[in-house]
Design a protein around this ligand. Structure first.
Ligand code: ZN
Ligand code: ZN
Length: 156
C-alpha cells in the first residue's frame, strides 16, 4: 500500500457523532488484528485496524480536545494514547508517539447509501495480523501472520 494524497479525505466518527476525524492520505497499514489487546479493549474477536501518517490525521473539532475526548494509555505501551468520545464512550483513534502514526478502525469509517465503507478500495485490509491469538478462523484469501504482515512468521 503506498502513501499519497486522495481526491477527497477519508472520514470517520464515533458512535454518536460528537467526535469525527478526516484523513488526507492512504493507510500505511490496514489489517484485521487478532491481538489480545484489541480483543480486551473492544470485546470483539478481532478488529479492522488502520494506521495513517500523523500528518494525514485531523480532528473534526477545534482544540482543546479535552472538551470532547478523554484519554487512556495501556500501561505496557506508554507511547500509545487512545482517544475516547466523552459522550458515547467509543474509542475513535489512537496515537503512537514512537511511529508518529494514528490508528483508526474500519467499523467507524463513513458509510455510503448501501451501508458499505465509502472508500473501501483505498482502505481495505491486506492481512490478518497476530492471528495466533485468534478467537475465530477466517478462511479468506488474505495472509495470516504471527505479528505484523511481512515482519513476522507467516501462519498459512
Ligand atoms: Zn461519541
Ligand atoms: Zn491488535
Amino acid at each position: 500500500m503506498s502513501s499519497g494524497s486522495l481526491a477527497a479525505p477519508i472520514k470517520g466518527s464515533c458512535f454518536c457523532g460528537t467526535v469525527s476525524y478526516s484523513l488526507a492520505g492512504r493507510p500505511v497499514l490496514s489489517a484485521y488484528c487478532h491481538c489480545t489487546n484489541c480483543q480486551r479493549l473492544t470485546g470483539c474477536p478481532f478488529v479492522l485496524t488502520m494506521h495513517f501518517k500523523g500528518t494525514d490525521f485531523t480532528w473534526g473539532h477545534a482544540a482543546p480536545h479535552e472538551a470532547q475526548l478523554d484519554f487512556y494509555t495501556i500501561p505496557s505501551k506508554p507511547h500509545k494514547t487512545r482517544c475516547r468520545c466523552k459522550t458515547c464512550g467509543a474509542t475513535v483513534a489512537s496515537y503512537n508517539s514512537d511511529t508518529q502514526c494514528w490508528s483508526v478502525w474500519g467499523g467507524q469509517l463513513k458509510r455510503g447509501a448501501d451501508g458499505g465503507v465509502d472508500v473501501w478500495d483505498v482502505v481495505k485490509p491486506t492481512a490478518h495480523q497476530f492471528y495466533g491469538t485468534r478467537l475465530l478462523d477466517v478462511p479468506d484469501a488474505l495472509g495470516k501472520w504471527e505479528g505484523y504482515e511481512n515482519r513476522s512468521a507467516r501462519l498459512d
